[in-house]
Design a protein around this ligand. Structure first.
Ligand code: PEP
Ligand code: MN
Length: 291
């Protein structure tokens, strides 16, 4: 790593890779995030009903997802929009895990809810709006669950790493850095996907990096391309919104893939993942593959 990165991000020493910790593999059930396998997390933006969640879980698992996403506590832009089913939603997520074996990632919005959400979730998601809520970060870190930390929509990479540092400093090494798009002067899309941030984070940090093409794009037509870009930039996985009937979704329908769209994306990602495997393979393996 370039020595100047150490100076630039000196507030977050534990989030930077070192000779001692070049790469962190985060264990979740029987999965390893940040290891060799590219991990797809998929599911609805919000948990709406038992049927919606279970149908989605079964479908995304069949298509190759390993982790089910779904919000039970929802940070909505409007105070009058659906705020999530809370405990009922967490129960539905746990039921879907029981039925499918998928691990669960779900957002926690308040430090008061951390013990409850940690009881049901395998990974706690900290949303973009809470990236700098340090009391929440500390409470989530102390739950001992792995944390999917989303980049704040107006956070620099240094701000992002500082939040990761807070979690690490509480003794929780299992942080996943999630690039979900940032606000720029561009308004054509919901956010601007910062692919360079993924590439940089992979160079300077030992922590796994996850791309979120759904919240970055805001439009489902662009999700597969941003998923490909995530792979090319070096991400360890993606988190994608999928809904049985996106036009009827209670939140983020515009950016949610339907089942057929998810299948197509997963199928079309295969050659890109094969390239990734090849690039990550050791030299003798690469020579073997080139023969
Ligand atoms: C979500 O994952 O549904 C979500 C609200 O994400 P973000 O915090 O990135 O907007
Ligand atoms: Mn969403």
């Amino acid at each position: 790593m370039r020595a100047s990165w150490y100076d630039q991000f000196s507030d977050s020493p534990d989030a930077l890779s070192s000779s001692r910790l070049e790469r962190m593999v985060v264990p979740v059930l029987d999965l390893e995030i940040g290891g060799e396998d590219f991990i797809t997390m998929a599911g609805p933006c919000s948990v709406e009903s038992e049927f919606q969640l279970m149908a989605t879980a079964i479908h995304v698992r069949r298509a190759g997802a390993k982790i089910l996403r779904g919000g039970a506590f929802k940070p909505r832009s409007s105070p009058y929009a659906f705020q999530g089913h809370g405990l009922e939603g967490l129960r539905m997520l746990a039921h879907a895990r029981e039925e499918t074996g998928l691990a669960i990632v779900t957002e926690v919005m308040s430090e008061i809810d951390v013990p409850l959400v940690a009881e049901y979730a395998d990974i706690l998601q900290i949303g973009t709006r809470n990236m700098e809520n340090y009391a929440l970060l500390e409470a989530a870190a102390r739950s001992g669950r792995p944390i999917l930390l989303k980049r704040g929509m107006v956070a620099t990479i240094a701000d992002f790493l500082r939040s990761a540092q807070i979690i690490l400093d509480c003794g929780n090494p299992n942080v996943l850095l999630c690039e979900r798009g940032i606000r720029t002067f561009e308004t054509a899309l919901r956010n601007t996907f910062d692919a360079a941030a993924i590439a940089l984070l992979k160079q300077i940090s030992h922590l796994p990096v996850i791309g979120d093409p759904s919240h970055a794009a805001g439009h489902r037509e662009l999700v597969p391309a941003l998923a490909r870009i995530s792979i090319a930039a070096g991400a360890d996985g993606i988190i994608v919104e999928v809904h049985p009937n996106p036009d009827k979704a209670w939140s983020d329908g515009e950016q949610s893939l339907d089942f057929a769209g998810f299948d197509t994306m997963m199928h079309e990602l295969k050659p890109w993942l094969a390239l990734r495997d090849q690039a990550g393979a050791s030299e003798p393996e690469q020579m073997e593959a080139a023969r």
